[in-house]
Ligand binder design. Structure first.
Ligand SMILES: O=P(O)(O)OC[C@H]1O[C@H](OP(=O)(O)OP(=O)(O)O)[C@H](O)[C@@H]1O
Ligand SMILES: O=c1cc[nH]c(=O)[nH]1
Ligand SMILES: [Mg+2]
Length: 232
């Protein structure tokens, strides 16, 4: 991973040809939901490995079948809370838990409203107790205006004061990162890439479209189909 010099504590994966290839596939409009989900799982897993490079570890003396030798244990890897932001972060979490199998998991829903307010509604919130030795990883593929993550970060802080808070995303717009860093300067942000800008609807450009819809398909809007829900 490489540090993005525009902010403190922001890292991208542009030095990894493999992760750039996975990102290319995610961006490609020809990639279907199956391929899109698989790509998010890969990013969750391999970005998890990158996060471990920044974790503290302890030396440990062990015996092989032949003789004693020195080894290590990554202590922080056993103290992780993963917070998954529905919908699009579900496959990211699947990849992350392959790397942080001990992680306790919190789930929140967050729906972002229309431009220009981008009001965020969080109504499903199930977060475990957070301890001071924990590294909290908040998974959400898209950091656009930053509104969603700002709401989630405010909520997460009510559950305890962890050792570190890491936002794990796929794409971010510079505007979103700046807004998050303004309110939460200590939060670290790991993304695959920081894209160019946002369009007027709050979508990241060049981006990958609506991550939730790419992952799970577009939800049916019942309000547009009156005959479907008239129960007589
Ligand atoms: O940084 P922001 O401007 O808040 O935008 C980013 C959020 O928007 C998308 O969620 P959405 O509300 O579309 O839900 P979904 O994941 O279910 O599609 C995306 O998954 C992020 O959570
Ligand atoms: O580009 C974007 C921005 C917000 N949410 C998405 O799913 N995609
Ligand atoms: Mg969406």
């Amino acid at each position: 991973m490489i540090k993005d010099e525009r902010w403190e504590g922001v890292y991208t994966m542009e030095d990894s040809p493999y992760l750039m290839e996975v990102l290319t596939e995610l961006r490609d409009r020809e990639t279907d939901s199956i391929g899109f989900r698989k790509g998010l799982v890969k990013l969750g897993r391999f970005m998890g490995y990158e996060i471990i490079k920044t974790m503290e570890f302890e030396k440990r003396r062990i015996e092989t079948p032949l003789e004693e030798t020195d080894g290590i244990v990554v202590v922080d890897r056993r103290n992780v809370v993963i917070i998954t932001v529905l919908r699009a972060a579900v496959p990211l979490m699947e990849g992350l838990v392959k790397v942080f199998e001990h992680a306790r998991i919190g789930i929140v829903s967050a729906v972002r409203g229309k431009a220009p307010e981008f009001r965020v509604e969080m109504n499903y919130i199930k977060i475990p107790q957070i301890r001071e030795e924990d590294t909290v990883i908040i998974a959400d593929p898209m950091i656009a205006t930053g509104s969603t993550l700002i709401e989630v970060l405010r909520e997460v802080k009510r559950y305890g004061s962890p050792k570190r808070i890491i936002v794990l995303g796929v794409l971010a717009a510079p505007e979103g990162i700046s807004r998050i860093k303004k309110e939460f300067p200590e939060v670290e942000i790991f993304v695959t890439k920081v894209d160019r800008e946002l369009n007027e609807d709050g979508y990241i450009l060049p981006g990958l479209g609506d991550a939730g819809d790419r992952t799970f398909g577009s939800p049916l809007k019942l309000s547009t189909l009156p005959q479907l829900h008239s129960f007589d």
